[in-house]
Design a protein around this ligand. Structure first.
Ligand SMILES: NC(=O)C1=CN([C@@H]2O[C@H](COP(=O)(O)OP(=O)(O)OC[C@H]3O[C@@H](n4cnc5c(N)ncnc54)[C@H](OP(=O)(O)O)[C@@H]3O)[C@@H](O)[C@H]2O)C=CC1
Ligand SMILES: C[C@H](CCC(=O)NCC(=O)O)[C@H]1CC[C@H]2[C@@H]3C(=O)C[C@@H]4C[C@H](O)CC[C@]4(C)[C@H]3CC[C@]12C
Length: 276
């Protein structure tokens, strides 16, 4: 409890001058996090695969006031890349204060098609690369008493149809990082781990993938990104965003799981789900 006694109120100054890695920063929530962090005058190291997009995000970050901003492009499917990225932070800054793990690899939104190779590849990108980056960054984070922020989903807390491979990777994150958090506390390692449990957010890729097939309005990516940063800075255990939707799902999951399952299924326009 002593090591996790977090301050209650967020203040942008908490992040001024901090050295932050953001993965999946070329679009969506990661891009928005980069802009918020830039306004807070942090040092930024951004990554994703698409160099042209990263270049533009870095330019914008510098305009918004980042203390510094650079990128390294590469794919998290490449098992050597997580270490390369963390080494870049070490060589540039000599330390690290916050590691924001946010990227996801491409998946599909339909019935599970039996492709085990896809599940294996997605586990590499969405889960194992998070573990590898944590391992590489831990010495620097211990030194700075820093923070790890893991972006997950409500689909990593309760099963949902049509995203079986993706959901598996998000459940894996909870298992790994919630176990690691215990060990840090037992070992008095003062590195916080914040697991972000997100509902449907209005990023281009999410809306493109699911808007034809699910009811409900997505929450704004800008606000979502800010809430993630605040939770990390406040060293919170978990973020639930949007709060009401996530809280009710988690409550029902524990007290009335079959009722929750039926509500989840009702959320889909089944006639719009294409079988491949
Ligand atoms: N949007 C939503 O409704 C929800 C999102 N989330 C979580 O939020 C996070 C961000 O999601 P969102 O912003 O919507 O996603 P986006 O698709 O907008 O962004 C994904 C990012 O990951 C990068 N990326 C994709 N493939 C790879 C790869 N192989 N290696 C490295 N980087 C890669 C993309 O860039 P590039 O293609 O250039 O590599 C991009 O920067 C994810 O963890 C997601 O699970 C959780 C719940 C809901
Ligand atoms: C299917 C999405 C991932 C698709 C993808 O590969 N995008 C990249 C691209 O097109 O380039 C899923 C990514 C986030 C998922 C959503 C989520 O995590 C929150 C909800 C969870 C709920 O259980 C199901 C609906 C969700 C909105 C879920 C839907 C699928 C994603 C958009």
């Amino acid at each position: 409890f002593y090591f996790y006694s977090a301050p209650e109120n967020f203040n942008e100054e908490m992040l001024r001058g901090k050295r932050v890695i953001v993965t999946g920063a070329s679009s969506g929530i990661g891009e928005q996090m980069a802009y918020h962090l830039a306004r807070m005058e942090t040092h930024l190291l951004l990554t994703a695969r698409t160099e042209a997009k990263l270049q533009k995000v870095v330019e914008r970050c510098l305009e918004l006031g980042a203390a510094s901003a650079r990128y390294v492009s590469g794919s998290m499917e490449d098992t050597t890349f997580p270490e390369v990225l963390v080494k870049e932070a070490e060589n540039t800054w000599g330390g690290l204060d916050m590691l924001i793990l946010n990227h996801i690899g491409q998946s599909y939104f339909t019935y599970f098609n039996g492709d085990v190779g896809h599940v294996r590849k997605l586990l590499e990108t969405n889960f194992l690369s998070y573990v590898a980056m944590t391992v590489s960054a831990l010495p620097m984070l211990k030194e700075s008493e820093g923070s790890i922020v893991v972006v997950s989903s409500i689909a990593g807390k309760a099963g949902s149809p049509f995203i079986a491979p993706y959901a598996a990777t998000k459940f894996a994150l909870d298992g790994f990082f919630s176990s690691l958090r215990h060990e840090f506390i037992i070992d008095k390692v003062n590195v916080s781990i914040t697991l972000c449990i997100l509902g449907y957010i209005n990023t281009e890729s999410a809306v493109r993938s699911v808007s034809h097939a699910i009811h409900g309005t997505p929450a704004p990516k800008e606000e979502c990104a800010l809430e993630i940063i605040k939770s990390g800075a406040l060293r919170r255990r978990e973020l639930h965003y949007p709060a009401g939707a996530v809280a009710s799902t988690l409550l029902l999951r524990d007290i009335a799981p079959e009722f929750l399952d039926s509500l989840i299924r009702k959320n889909y326009k089944l006639e719009n789900i294409k079988r491949t």
